[in-house]
Design a protein around this ligand. Structure first.
Ligand code: SF4
Ligand code: SF4
Length: 374
């Protein structure tokens, strides 16, 4: 059955300004009817890595928080720490980065709470039903434990997943560090022999006994990985403080997308109430807001979408971007026409459905949708 995706085309006026448009958009989803007084609402957002301008701007988010508060919820803005070294790898730098991009609690009317604790170790294991890769997923504790979940995402291209939307904001974004590692690691870690100090910390933590210490040619102990035994759990990355184990980013894209969708399923299908997804199809940059830069957008600004169905909202967002006129200068190949797939044109190695077919199989929602304009 087609799911409803509500759409506002960015047109506003003095009589119907932005906050009223947002009010009408969210009202149509019926989400407020699921809110009980005093419930804690995790508002999952990407605050933008330092150097990025494409992330959703705080003044666009403020009326959404006001709507949740009006409905009786107590919202907090949240994200989980990243795997890579940047401004969002632990809670202190992450919260400061959010403040630098204008996410001030007094301005927003909601605090910023980094959901996986000070160093990214605060997590909850949630079951994955019917997945090919995981039986459980490691989710940032404060997102898992919140009474309500609202996902605000900036639709854009993504260097590995093809696009970043509602499902990526939850599947990757709500995962703890260990959960993020599990999604990326399909072939085991890469051992950096020069960085390895032979301390053995990773050996003791590997339940699969895939790591061992052996004397190297320099006469010092070095870690050795048995790839056949490795389960790709990612636990050894956390144990190594010396950079001796790094992520093999050259993962199989189709499998990576399936893993990410299983994580999204663990978060969303374990919740007793529906979650609300809001997608800003604006400033559609070719790459993720993690990258530390923002390139020129690939199409004009289109609008804001809202839905209770994360698959439908992602499909609708992709379709709107693909229908739009292409913009240059951007990563898009020259000569691309409106109606051709911009995401696949930028990254031809992607599976055509970019994981949405598997998300549908997992029961996350429907790729069939009805776009309801305000
Ligand atoms: S890879 Fe890291 S944790 Fe493992 S032995 Fe080397 S330095 Fe120690
Ligand atoms: S990824 Fe997991 S199974 Fe593989 S070597 Fe590291 S700890 Fe062991």
């Amino acid at each position: 059955m087609a799911s409803k995706v509500y759409f506002w085309n960015l047109r506003a006026s003095m009589k119907a300004p932005y906050d009223q448009r947002i009010h009408r958009l969210l009202e149509r989803t019926g989400f407020a009817g699921h809110v009980a007084s005093g419930e804690l609402a995790a508002v999952k957002i990407h605050f933008g890595e330092r150097g990025v301008t494409g992330h959703v701007q705080p003044l666009m988010v403020r009326p959404i928080l006001a709507e949740l508060t009006r409905a009786g919820a107590r919202p907090f803005l949240t994200d989980a720490s990243t795997l890579y070294v940047g401004q969002r790898g632990e809670a202190v730098s992450h919260a400061m980065q959010a403040a630098l991009h204008g996410y001030d609690p007094l301005l927003m009317g909601a605090p910023v709470i980094i959901a996986d604790g000070l160093k990214g170790a605060s997590q909850v294991a949630l079951p994955v039903h019917g997945g090919k890769h995981f039986k459980e997923a490691f989710i940032a504790a404060d997102i898992a434990e919140a009474d309500l979940l609202v996902s605000i995402n900036h639709l854009k291209g993504h260097e590995l997943a093809g696009f970043g939307g509602a499902l990526k904001n939850i599947g990757m974004g709500a995962a703890s560090k260990q959960g993020k590692m599990q999604q990326h690691v399909t072939t085991g870690p890469l051992v950096d022999e020069a960085a390895c100090k032979g301390c053995g910390a990773c050996v003791g933590i590997c339940a699969a006994q895939a790591l061992a210490l052996l004397d190297g040619l320099d006469g010092k102990p070095h870690v050795l990985l048995n790839l056949d035994a490795c389960r790709g759990c990612g636990a050894c990355f956390l144990a190594c403080k010396n950079g001796g184990l790094t992520i093999n980013w050259q993962t199989d894209v189709a499998e990576f997308l399936e893993r990410m969708m299983e994580y999204a399923a663990a978060v969303l299908l374990s919740r007793p109430k529906p979650s609300l997804h809001i997608s800003f199809v604006t400033n559609v940059t070719p790459d993720c807001d993690c990258m530390g830069f923002s390139d020129a957008p690939i199409c004009p600004d289109i609008g804001v979408l809202a839905s209770l169905d994360p698959v439908a909202i992602d499909q609708a967002g992709i379709d709107l971007v693909n229908k739009a006129e292409p913009l240059w200068p951007s990563h898009l190949p020259k000569g691309l026409k409106a109606g051709q797939d911009k995401f696949l044109a930028m990254r031809p190695n992607l599976p055509p459905a970019m994981g949405l077919d598997y998300a549908e199989d997992l029961g996350l929602g429907s790729r069939e949708y009805e776009l309801v304009a305000l």
